[in-house]
Design a protein around this ligand. Structure first.
Ligand SMILES: [Zn+2]
Length: 509
């Protein structure tokens, strides 16, 4: 048995990230219930924040006339419900401040408002075909939105160019699902651990019965307004953190920005990116993808560490001067995986960690490829074949070398993952990269076909993303024109003519 060093789980990061506790489902109200389970009614409101605010801010006179009765409220997934809920929240705030509200009334109204908020999602690019489908066939996957490209946040554009407008225009077609909220409003993305410790402590002491009774005098009742202030303070700090990390994000050269504007398209030109990035497409494309899916923020990947990691991955791809399985191929496959994730809606089915693993697997899937086939390694008895006992020799090496690289603190993009997250991430990446071995191709297809032929197929996520990566890995004939000097040229040169030249180098490691 050969011991293969792998990236260590992050030191001291054993404690799993604190998840936001899910509130228990409220008791079914007698009215205002969601009328159809599994079918989401889309509520559209003005996208203009000012307009929305001016329309929905009630006057004192309106508030004075409000009746907090919860017996005759509209269904939660109607526009009317939004207005009603907003008005009631305003009223509750005022009454709380005056200390003139019963706990029961408060509870009922907050339950109603919560249900309204849960129902208010929007699919802005919803296909008409979807609308024509019977409601029963529509799924209610959690919605995911891509983040603003980091090149649009960085100050690389000329001052006279409208940066955000350009960025949004370009990325708009791929924002498969978006929330109803104003695009600038990032409250929905605020993570529970983004709230500073002192605010969390205060919230805990205010709302935990044990602490509250021991520490608080009977006449010191918590005020809703102070809770709101505390939450707002947490959000404020989170926004400052985002701004600081935004300014720390890698700078993108102007030519790279121009090419990346078509990142979401099938026709994305990876060759143009390679030229614009001075031969470093993985660095910019990898960085951009991990930012777009929010992975840098979600898993607290330090920007400089990510940059180091991608640069070293890029170097590994160029190590053997491989004419096909090089950094250009890695960038190409990662972009195709991105296209599949966002254009098919897969990104709404996968968890953050699964997306993180899928993107990283795509980036490293041929890391340090020697430009030879597995069979060549086996037949020549290379060190690598010896190490991996002739089984999926190259694929094992890609994974092992990538995780070994992450053992270096300067390249450890997983340093802030919890132990459980690290294990899951590692398992997913191993499964995905091993499945790129062409010898599993027909078996993979057969398995998926038989699975999909079942009356009620249950698709294993790991197998699904593995197949996606494998398909993207061999997608080049569908992406590029078969003309002399382009991709096929790389293809034929690599595996059949190059090995003999590299024989000595392989044996010497
Ligand atoms: Zn590949």
């Amino acid at each position: 048995m050969v011991g293969v060093p792998v990236a260590s789980p992050p030191g001291g990061a054993g404690a799993p990230r604190e998840e936001a506790p899910r509130p228990p489902p409220p008791p079914a109200p007698r009215n205002g219930t969601s009328p159809k389970q599994g079918a989401l009614t889309i509520v559209r409101r003005s996208s203009s924040r000012n307009k929305t605010e001016s329309c929905s801010t009630p006057t004192d006179e309106q508030l004075d006339q409000l009746d907090l009765d919860t017996e005759h409220l509209p269904a939660v997934d109607t526009p009317d419900a939004c207005d009603k809920a907003a008005l009631r929240l305003r009223y509750l705030l005022r009454q709380l401040n005056r200390g003139e509200i019963s706990a029961e009334t408060l509870q009922k109204n907050l339950q109603y408002a919560a249900k309204v908020l849960e129902a208010v999602y929007i699919d802005e690019t919803k296909d008409r075909r979807d609308a024509e489908q019977p409601r029963a066939q529509q799924t209610t996957l959690p919605m995911r939105r891509l983040r603003t490209p980091c090149w649009a946040r960085c100050s690389v554009e000329k001052p006279n160019e409208a940066k955000p407008a350009v960025a949004r225009q370009q990325s708009a077609p791929t924002l498969v699902f978006r929330r109803l909220a104003d695009e600038d409003d990032e409250l929905s993305e605020v993570q529970p651990d983004a709230v500073p410790p002192e605010v969390r402590e205060w919230l805990a002491s205010t709302f935990t019965r044990q602490l509250a009774t021991s520490k608080r005098k009977s006449d010191e009742k918590p005020k809703f307004r102070s809770v709101a202030h505390a939450i707002r303070a947490g959000i404020f700090v989170d926004r400052i953190y985002r701004r600081v990390t935004s300014t720390a994000l890698m700078q993108f050269p102007q030519d790279v920005v121009r090419v990346l504007k078509t990142l979401d398209e099938w026709s994305f030109d990876v060759f143009a990116l390679h030229d614009a990035a001075s031969g470093a497409p993985v660095k910019y494309l990898g960085y951009e993808l991990l930012n777009r899916y929010g992975m840098i923020h979600k898993f607290k990947v330090p920007p400089t560490i990510l940059e180091n990691f991608l640069s070293r991955i890029e170097e590994g791809y160029c190590k053997f001067h491989n004419p096909y399985h090089n950094n250009l191929h890695a960038a190409d496959v990662a972009q195709t995986v991105h296209y599949m994730l966002c254009q098919t809606g897969l990104m709404n089915w996968l968890s953050d960690l699964e997306i993180f693993a899928t993107l990283v697997a795509a980036i490293v899937h041929d890391f340090e490829h020697t430009g030879t086939t597995n069979n060549f390694h086996v037949m020549s008895g290379s060190d690598t074949a010896l190490l991996y006992n002739d089984r999926a020799v190259l694929e094992n090496h890609h994974i092992s070398a990538a995780f070994r690289l992450m053992r270096d603190e300067e390249c450890n993009i997983l340093q802030n993952l919890s132990r459980d997250e690290f294990r899951e991430f590692r398992t997913l990446v191993i499964d995905m990269v091993l499945a790129t071995d062409m010898s599993f191709h027909f078996q993979q297809l057969k398995n998926m076909r038989s699975l999909l032929s079942l009356a009620e197929p249950t698709v294993d996520k790991s197998k699904a993303v593995s197949l996606v990566l494998h398909c993207c890995d061999i997608s080049h004939p569908a992406k590029y024109e078969l003309t002399p000097g382009t991709v096929p040229g790389y293809l034929f040169e690599i595996s059949y003519f190059k090995p003999k030249c590299n024989l000595r180098r392989l044996h010497s490691g």
